[in-house]
Write a protein that binds this ligand. Structure first.
Ligand SMILES: Nc1ncnc2c1ncn2[C@@H]1O[C@H](COP(=O)(O)OP(=O)(O)OP(=O)(O)O)[C@@H](O)[C@H]1O
Length: 568
């Protein structure tokens, strides 16, 4: 692959005629700069100081007229700019798409590159915008420096000598600082991207991360990444202070120098008008041009180079997955798999959702959790996987607090899928890589065979955005069935799947010897479960379906509501 920076420079060179036209209009745009110093000199020396104020006023009145000419030229500058940057952008897009098509043709596993292409297209737009800014500012800076230099040389050779050296020194300083700035900026962009991918994964899998006892570890990793990014941002900002230094050396230093030397210069025959003209060149021409060029060079140029480098085909490679939490080996537990001991929990200062709650689920037991909306079912799950800590009492899974073990896996309402291969997605909670035969068995048992690409199999890339919620749930369910977790929680996890699938999933997970806790969306689960936990604000209780039917009006109402809802 040809280097994208070299491609870009080649494109730019191919437009040299249009760049010359742009330079021409920029020269016209700089005409007011050249004219203003001279007009100030004439207005003062020939007009006001020679007792001809009307002439002075008339000459001064020419200054805004030249400014209007400059404004008209600016309009033409932007028109010619579009003729350069649009074809460059088109050429870049064409190259990237061609390369993507060729990559896909050569290796079908990269078939789903739409996301990468979208990102590259955004970068191409950035390249286009920044190219426009860099071209305009560079042309404007170049012609302004020439206009100021020519104006000063014509006006007073001594002043020209005072100004030119600091300007050259400041440009050398700028070039030296740019390389460093670009490297740091590139690092910031890379870290930014890495952080956003990892946060994305962390958010999707937050309950599993907590349940696997990896919450602190994941948070530490993300924090370390964020701190590294912040450190580079600070370094970039620090390097950015060189902009002030460049403008100071190239713009303000000559201004001060001319003022310090004003008296000797006047003694050596410089007229007051020439002195004021020279100061006008520096203050209204040189300093603004330098400031805006340094701004573009110090900010846009590093962004341009970074965007160009990143628009290369390497962007089509797959992002690395977050370092995955690994589940501990599955143990067939004896005794209690989950224990709530005098658990009290309240959100903030609110009334407790649970007060002195005692629950115990045996290993391998199949539990249904039901209750009115807002009663606390999801909170109960959060307590079991360690996302929340009880305000009183304790929760134990396999004999230890949830955060200290890795026995729980949770499937939330919205299954999560990573932008990675199907194998990586399915193996997220497994120990080691997924065994093809075992995966095939689970996929078959769950009726999810349609998920498997006939050609690429488990190595097919999964694009989360192209999946339906039901497909995402199915992938998450297969992942759960392949996990090492001994306690499996389905938190209204099959809402996007058919009721027939519910029973199949539960049977599979239960037959694997796991403790299965199903927060029920469809209440038919209570008939399949060994016991039911009724979560209710007036008191959470557990029992068999029959026992709860006989003892709880809330339970009877709940089943009645569900029956009538299903009738509808
Ligand atoms: N982060 C929070 N801060 C404060 N209150 C919360 C928070 N999360 C949930 N709640 C409140 O706690 C109560 C129980 O919420 P929870 O989501 O556990 O109920 P649920 O039974 O799962 O409800 P649903 O069936 O509607 O999902 C609700 O009143 C809810 O508004």
């Amino acid at each position: 692959m040809v280097n994208p920076v070299a491609n870009y420079l080649g494109d730019l060179r191919s437009h040299w005629r249009r760049i010359l036209v742009l330079l021409g209009w920029s020269t016209l745009q700089a005409l007011p700069v050249f004219a203003t110093g001279r007009l100030v000199t004439i207005a003062i020396d020939e007009g006001f100081l020679s007792g001809r104020p009307v002439l002075g006023l008339l000459v001064a009145a020419l200054i805004p007229i030249f400014a209007l000419v400059g404004a008209a030229a600016a309009h033409l500058v932007f028109r010619s700019l579009a003729e350069i940057v649009e074809p460059i952008r088109d050429a870049m897009v064409r190259r990237i798409v061609t390369e993507a098509v060729e990559t896909v043709a050569a290796d079908p596993r990269t078939a789903r590159v739409s996301r990468s292409l979208a990102r590259i297209t955004r970068q191409t737009e950035a390249v286009r915008g920044v190219t426009a800014g860099v071209l305009v500012e560079t042309a404007s800076m170049a012609v302004t420096i020439v206009a100021v230099a020519a104006g000063l040389a014509l006006l007073a050779g001594e002043v020209f000598a005072l100004v030119v050296l600091p300007v050259v020194a400041s440009l050398v300083l700028l070039v030296m600082a740019l390389g460093r700035l670009m490297r740091r900026q590139d690092r910031v962009y890379r870290l930014e991207e890495e952080l956003s991918v990892e946060v994305d994964h962390g958010v999707m899998a937050f309950r599993d991360i907590a349940a696997q006892g990896r919450g602190t570890h994941t948070a530490d990793e993300l924090a370390a990444l964020a701190f590294r990014q912040a450190a580079f941002e600070v370094a970039v900002a620090r390097a950015g202070t060189m902009r002030g230094l460049v403008v100071g050396v190239g713009g303000y230093f000559p201004l001060v120098l001319v003022l310090i030397c004003a008296v000797p210069l006047l003694d050596r025959g410089l007229s007051p008008g020439e002195l004021l003209g020279a100061l006008t060149y520096v203050s209204t021409g040189l300093i603004p041009a330098l400031r805006s060029f340094v701004g573009v060079a110090g900010d846009a140029l590093p962004r341009l180079v970074t965007a160009l480098r990143r628009s290369g085909s390497t962007q089509l490679t797959r992002p690395d997955m977050i370092e995955l939490p690994r589940a501990a080996p599955c143990e067939l537990l004896h005794g209690r798999a989950v224990l709530f001991e005098s658990v009290t929990f309240a959100y903030g200062e609110g009334a407790p959702l649970f007060r002195g709650l005692d629950l115990a689920f045996a290993a391998g037991e199949h539990i249904a959790v039901v209750g009115p909306s807002g009663a606390g079912k999801s909170t109960l799950v959060d307590l079991m996987c360690g996302v929340r800590e009880p305000t009183g009492g304790r929760v134990l899974v396999s004999g230890v607090p949830p955060r200290e073990n890795r026995h729980v896996a949770v499937l939330p309402q919205e299954g999560y899928v990573f932008d990675a291969t199907l194998r990586e997605n399915l193996g997220y909670l497994a120990k080691g890589t997924v065994d093809d035969d075992e995966a095939a068995r689970v996929i078959e048992a769950l009726g999810a065979a349609a998920l498997i690409d006939p050609v690429e199999g488990l190595d097919a890339r999964v694009d989360p955005r192209s999946l339906s919620p039901g497909e995402r749930q199915l992938i998450s369910l297969v992942r759960l069935a392949l996990s090492e977790a001994s306690v499996v929680i389905l938190d209204e996890a099959t809402s996007h799947l058919s009721p027939a699938v519910d029973a199949r999933i539960e049977r599979l997970l239960h037959n694997q010897g796991r403790t299965l806790i199903v927060v029920a969306h469809r209440l038919d689960v209570v008939h399949r479960a060994d016991r039911v936990v009724l979560v209710d604000t007036v008191g959470t209780k557990a029992g068999t379906h029959e026992k709860l039917l006989a003892s709880s009006q809330v339970y009877r109402d709940l089943l009645g509501d569900s029956a009538s809802a299903q009738d509808c």
